[in-house]
Design a protein around this ligand. Structure first.
Ligand SMILES: Nc1nc2c(ncn2[C@@H]2O[C@H](COP(=O)(O)OP(=O)(O)OP(=O)(O)O)[C@@H](O)[C@H]2O)c(=O)[nH]1
Length: 394
């Protein structure tokens, strides 16, 4: 209950989207820092070190500014107003420099303390800005403070004695550029880290591919097909809907290798995989079972439906040819189809498909054999014309 309330509150204050939440929380942190600085200012007023009117004006304007930044980010306008820097870091940095310079002007004898706030501005910029931006911000800060010190001394020599201003300026001129240099180093480290993370993600993706894909054809490998098959069997068991598998084997593939070369054999395997993939449904699973064998898993499809799909694949293969020397050759395949029987172990369904494939080869190749339970009925690619077209719809 309490957690739900705090989640709701966090969503209300920061929004939902992760990046915007981060930006809003950073803007709120700046608001918090400026509220605390306002308290310090109030303490300065109370001790008589800072003029009350000036302190009130400074606090009001500063808080109004940083709250405006928060409101712009929370409303999502930042993404429209500043697509290149949606966190508004640079604008907030410039605002902060001006606000700190103003604090320096109004803080009387304790103005040196406001220089710390300038350092905070640049340090916070280190985490979000590019090195060039932090450099520009530090140059702006040094110049603006320098001008303020000179102007302050010329206008009010008693309040801004030359020795103190020179000392403050030297501090600023050393510390702020040093922060800018550190920001550059931090940015390089961040860049390297990002690059490493990117490389790591790519390596992981490559490993994932290797674990589940066949390198030659790009199809799922046997292990992954098995895993997907198990899932499909479970789904079929739950829904009570049919599911079939088909084991495809290219006919006389050894001859292709022997007479056209292994490299051409590889090309045939790739072309074959493409053709089968283009024929089956997107929801079907196609994988390389090994060598010149391929497995198709057909969810929500009974044996007759699977035979139709395989007939379409046979039909398509008739148009596939490849060059073997100066000769154009065709590719055919045989297939064994098995519909998973309710409660049947997957390896038994595979065995039935394998036995049906064997029968297809035995019967003369370039055909599919459907295994029905323990019996098998034969269909040939040519018999497709005799089937009702509707049952063969893709
Ligand atoms: N080019 C190539 N050949 C492969 C690959 N994997 C297996 N083979 C070859 O595929 C051939 C399979 O031959 P067989 O099992 O005798 O079968 P087949 O010649 O297709 O004869 P049937 O299946 O009876 O029609 C073997 O010569 C294997 O070396 C591969 O990745 N690339």
């Amino acid at each position: 209950m309490g957690q739900a309330l705090s989640t709701q509150l966090a969503t209300l204050v920061l929004g939902r989207e992760a990046r915007q939440r981060l930006r809003a929380s950073q803007a709120l942190l700046v608001v918090l820092v400026d509220v605390l600085l306002s308290f310090i200012c109030a303490f300065g007023v109370w001790t008589g070190l800072i003029d009350a009117h000036l302190a009130l004006a400074w606090s009001s304007l500063t808080l109004l500014g940083v709250l405006t930044f928060y409101a712009v980010i929370r409303s999502g306008w930042n993404e429209r107003l500043s697509p290149t820097d949606p966190a508004l870091t640079m604008v907030q940095g410039v605002f902060s420099v001006f606000s700190t310079v103003t604090a320096y002007l109004i803080c009387g004898p304790v103005r040196g303390a406001s220089l710390l706030a300038m350092a905070i501005t640049l340090v916070s910029g280190m985490f979000a800005l590019k090195p060039g931006q932090v450099r520009r911000l530090s140059v702006l800060a040094v110049l603006l403070l320098g001008a303020t010190m000179v102007g302050g001394h010329l206008r009010w020599p008693d309040r801004f004695p030359i020795a103190e201003e020179a000392l403050h300026f030297m501090m600023v001129a050393v510390v702020l550029p040093a922060i800018a240099v550190l920001a550059g180093q931090l940015s390089t480290m961040r860049h390297k880290l990002r690059q490493h993370r990117h490389d790591l993600e790519q390596a992981l993706e490559h490993n994932r591919q290797l674990a589940s894909r066949d390198e030659l054809t790009g199809l799922y490998n046997r292990r992954h097909v098995m895993a997907l098959m198990h899932k499909e069997v479970q789904r079929a068991e739950r829904s009570g809907r049919p599911m079939s598998i088909a084991l495809l084997d290219i006919d006389h593939f050894k001859r292709i290798n022997d007479s056209c070369g292994h490299a051409q054999g590889d090309e045939v395997l790739k072309a074959f995989a493409l053709e089968v993939g283009a024929t089956v449904r997107d929801t079907d699973v196609l994988g390389r079972w090994g060598g010149e064998e391929f497995m198709v898993v057909l969810p929500e499809t009974d044996a007759a439906g699977a035979a139709c799909v395989l007939d379409r694949v046979h039909e398509r293969m008739r148009n596939l040819s490849f060059a073997c020397g100066s000769e154009a050759r065709g590719v055919s395949f045989s297939a064994g189809i098995a519909a998973a029987a309710p409660g049947e172990a997957l390896h038994l369904t595979i065995e039935r498909a394998d036995a049906a494939l064997y029968r297809a080869k035995e019967a003369g190749r370039q055909r599919s054999v459907v295994a029905e339970a323990l019996e098998a009925t034969e269909t040939t690619a040519l018999a497709q014309a005799a089937r009702p077209v509707t049952s063969c719809a893709p």
